[in-house]
Design a protein around this ligand. Structure first.
Ligand SMILES: Cc1cc2nc3c(=O)[nH]c(=O)nc-3n(C[C@H](O)[C@H](O)[C@H](O)COP(=O)(O)O)c2cc1C
Length: 147
């Protein structure tokens, strides 16, 4: 199976930080066909859906800081990421968002995270252009050490 842009960025981050890593996957995956994927994801956003995830981490208790990565879907996170954020209580935790995109940057995702997780501290996010993700290690390194 091919590895997506966000997963490539997450793997770089994991290598730099030694953090535990967990892949969020919707129970019903979006289509591999680009146009169909667009239609399905857009419909989820329109309905403000909370698509079920395949699995969840058992607990986030042990983590003070969570790096949250996702692709930009129309200016914010894919709806399954909303599902994840509503599943746990992030009060007292720091969320550091990073996003891959094709021009819109991190969009409104940081403020969306803040609304869903009002007790969390949302760190300044990192936007990585999807097409340049393979060469983003230095940018990720700078971001990690700037926080
Ligand atoms: C459904 C969908 C919506 C998208 N909407 C945007 C967008 O609004 N702005 C943007 O810059 N890129 C958008 N993109 C491009 C993706 O954010 C970009 O290709 C990202 O790197 C994909 O990451 P992935 O390979 O981990 O899925 C969209 C892609 C898809 C499939």
């Amino acid at each position: 199976m091919s590895v997506g842009n966000t997963e490539i960025a997450a793997n770089i981050l994991q290598k730099l930080t030694g953090a535990d890593i967990f892949k969020l996957e919707p129970l019903l995956p979006y289509s591999k066909d680009y146009n169909e994927c667009i239609a399905q994801a857009q419909e989820d956003q329109r309905r403000d859906a909370r698509p079920e995830l395949k699995s969840y981490p058992d607990s986030i208790e042990a983590y003070d800081t969570i790096y949250l990565g996702y692709p930009n879907y129309w200016g914010t996170m894919p709806m399954p990421v909303f599902t994840f954020l509503e599943h746990f209580d992030f009060t007292g935790k720091t969320i550091r968002p990073f996003c891959t995109h094709e021009g819109s940057g991190i969009g409104r995702s940081e403020s969306d995270i803040g609304h869903i997780c009002p007790g969390a501290k949302v760190g300044s996010g990192l936007a990585i252009r999807g097409g340049s993700v393979e060469s983003s290690e230095n940018a990720i390194k700078r971001w990690v050490s700037s926080l």
